[in-house]
Design a protein around this ligand. Structure first.
Ligand SMILES: Cc1cc2nc3c(=O)[nH]c(=O)nc-3n(C[C@H](O)[C@H](O)[C@H](O)COP(=O)(O)OP(=O)(O)OC[C@H]3O[C@@H](n4cnc5c(N)ncnc54)[C@H](O)[C@@H]3O)c2cc1C
Length: 453
């Protein structure tokens, strides 16, 4: 029996065990999993995290870090110690090519701060209300097609391992740990600080929204735009399939300077949408527009309290069209829910360099990220129905060479995780034994068994 009272003495931050504080962090964005921690650490320093992880290791108490809790299947929930990273939120330094940032800072704050200096992180997720520690533990995949993921622009990390040791790692220092931690689902350490790359912020963004009644035309034009490499961002989306007709949209964005606007006719040459809409925006409103839209969903639909059993899979070039056509054709309004979306991103495999992000194992240059972001009624029955659907859709994706992007909700066994990591699995098991010998870190995804000894 762990005695928490008294532990708070000597910490720079707070250790909370009252009912309100532990309940507040007992769920994530999915809303259907509840795991109530025994205590919540709001660290005042990295030393607090080290001290509490050491304590938990000695007593076999599971520990998880929490950023902004946007996972949907309880990945960051824990019935032991929850470390609320929001209290470590300093931007330490911004230089022309990099920023040194605490893991509890969110991407919206960093993007705004960088933009004041004419800079931007190269890979920005669609929604920026996500913490650095959270997306660096998962991947952070943007609609930009040339940048790779957020994990690809990390220069250095500071990590507290499961033994409470504070380590720096990068491609030149403890590379094995660095590559395991990036997109490593919090299994090998708690990221406390990251040095991430920055570059010049584009000035303007030209948007082309293209509508396609026929999914074959959608894929033909999606590929043309990818292969020409003239645009900066692209994604496909479907508005509540099954309800408003089977219409698909391509959203292409081209970053440019004031002085050199793009030639619309040239960019769209040979494409065959049934309708085209143009837009023009400054860069900052463009990259923050989904944050504004999510705020509206919160107000209109009480979006935070909808159940969100999402599915997100990586698909290879060879089967993406077959899979997406099958899945979208069979989705019903219930599958999407009142506040859901269906999206398709595309990426250059050569820019996705971090091995913990398990991608399709073919060697084609383009890989696709397909996501069904269900947001529907908050009931156990609905969540269970959607989890069974997700498992079915994951199995189909896997049969077609796909893999899972585990921000979301698929029932997964340890055999599934072994399969997910493929040839790296033995090395990851060995690293886990070394850096987290008590097996306390981030039990939510169920990647590793709890040690019996
Ligand atoms: C509206 C919306 C749009 C989104 N769009 C995108 C998108 O375009 N691309 C994309 O890739 N994702 C997208 N996501 C998913 C997002 O990347 C994940 O939900 C991620 O969880 C967000 O970060 P977070 O701060 O909420 O992390 P959390 O959910 O708090 O944490 C994620 C996981 O990492 C662990 N963790 C958190 N902090 C740390 C740390 N410091 N050290 C170690 N482990 C840690 C947690 O225990 C948990 O297991 C979107 C989510 C939403 C809600």
């Amino acid at each position: 029996m762990v005695e928490w009272v008294g532990l708070a003495r000597g910490l720079d931050g707070e250790l909370l065990v009252d009912e309100v504080s532990v309940e507040e962090v007992s769920r994530d964005a999915g809303r259907y999993v509840r795991r109530t921690p025994r205590a919540v650490l709001r660290p005042g320093s990295v030393r607090d995290i080290q001290a509490m992880v050491k304590f938990c290791g000695r007593h076999g108490v599971p520990v998880a870090a929490r950023g902004l809790a946007n996972t949907t299947h309880g990945q960051g929930l824990v019935n032991g110690l929850l470390i609320d990273m929001r209290s470590l939120n300093t931007i330490h330094e911004i230089q022309d090519d990099r920023a040194v940032v605490d893991a509890g800072v969110d991407w919206l704050t960093l993007t705004n701060a960088a933009h004041e200096r004419g800079l931007t992180p190269p890979a920005l997720t669609g929604f920026l209300g996500l913490s650095l520690g959270g997306t660096l533990s998962l991947g952070g995949i943007p609609p930009a097609i040339q940048s790779g993921g957020q994990v690809d622009s990390v220069i250095e990390l500071e990590v507290v391992t499961g033994t409470g040791e504070l380590l720096k790692c990068s491609t030149t220092q403890d590379r094995e740990l660095f590559e395991a931690v990036l997109a490593g689902l919090g299994q090998y350490g708690i990221i406390t600080k990251a040095t991430v790359g920055l570059g010049p912020a584009p000035d303007q963004v030209r948007g082309h929204e293209l509508t396609y009644p026929d999914i074959r035309d959608f894929f033909k034009d999606f590929r043309s735009l990818l292969h020409r490499a003239e645009i900066s961002e692209i994604y496909g989306d479907w508005w509540r399939p099954g309800e408003q007709g089977e219409v698909q949209h391509l959203n292409a964005f081209t970053f440019h300077s004031q002085a050199e606007p793009p030639d619309d006719a040239h960019l769209l040459r040979g494409l065959t949408p049934s309708a085209t809409e143009l837009s023009q925006s400054d860069f900052l409103p463009h990259v923050t527009r989904i944050d504004v839209a999510v705020e509206q969903l919160r107000e209109l639909l009480d979006w935070d309290n909808l159940a969100k059993p999402w599915l997100t899979v990586w698909l290879p070039e060879a089967t993406v069209e077959q899979y997406v056509t099958e899945v979208v054709g069979n989705l019903t309004p219930r599958d999407i829910g009142a506040g859901g979306f269906v999206l398709l991103y595309a990426h250059r495999r050569s820019r996705l360099t971090r091995p913990s992000l398990s991608l399709p194992r073919d060697d084609a240059e383009w890989v696709y990220l397909f996501t069904v972001m269900t947001a529907g009624q908050s009931s156990t029955e609905f969540a269970n129905e959607m989890l069974a659907r997700n498992r079915r859709l994951y199995d189909r994706a896997r049969a077609l060479g796909g893999t899972r992007y585990p921000i979301e909700s698929v029932p997964f066994s340890q055999d599934d995780w072994a399969d997910h990591y493929g040839a790296r699995w033995p090395q990851l098991q060995e690293l886990k034994r070394r850096v987290d010998p008590a097996g306390i870190l981030t039990p939510g995804p169920g990647v590793f068994p709890k040690p019996t000894g």
